[in-house]
Design a protein around this ligand. Sequence first.
Ligand code: RET
Length: 282
Amino acid sequence: MESADTCSLSIINERNETMLAIESLSVGQYGFIGNAFSFGLAVMASTTLFLWLMKSQVAPAYQMAITISGLVTAIAAYHYLQIMLSWDNAATVNTGQVLVTGEGFNRAYRYVDWLLTVPLLLIELILVMKLSNSETLSRSVKLGGAAALMIVLGYPGEVAESAGTRAIFWVLSMIPFLYIVRELVVGLKESISKQPDAVKGLIKGAAYLVIASWAFYPVVYLLPLLGISGGAAIVAVETGYTIADIVAKAVFGLLIFTIAMRKSVADAEEAAKQPKAAKQTI
Ligand code: RET
């Protein structure tokens, strides 16, 4: 029974020789990636709890940003659970070898996660700046739309079996990506200058953390085309995305929380400075 199973698994193995084929992993590499997914799940779930439990500590004006930040890590926690289960089901370890089961590893979970979380992350950054309603809406729509386009254009290349297709969709996805980066650098510069001194540095830091962590994704995507092959390519892609996700969602969420705390204090100090008469007229 056991040998028949092993035999059918090996046949699938031979047929599945693609660029990022799971059967090219060593047992150690297969286990390492599974552990990275498990770590990602733990970070996302605990960050969600922290953000939602601490939300009441910031002024009401910033609570929406904290709620959204927790939503981003909650969506990610759910997807990391699915990713981990799919990874476990995609292969088995038998007599020191990784054998694919034929179920396949579902790479769509990651992209659906990004499709939901990337626009939310951008909206969060815009919200915490407390711009006028119309500016908040127009920037959210423009940046959120570009982010969705970037993810949708990246997916066909991620699941493609040929290097050429991967390269083409990388180029296409880079167009909305560069637009977002330009908007963040140029467009937000002006609103950053209007922020209170206490948070100016932190908001700038958040914008640069977004750019640096986001820039990591297209680099990770390219690694299989840059001479890394076999099991090492899958390790690079899967752990690379997991690290980038932890920085872009959990670390970023905690930074947003810190900004919201400081802005709450700065707003309260500003209100205390207003003369009594002026206060009564508000
Ligand atoms: C892809 C495809 C290749 C080209 C580019 C990409 C960019 C992905 C990015 C993803 C960001 C994800 C975040 C998730 C956290 O919630 C799709 C890999 C440019 C920037 C921030």
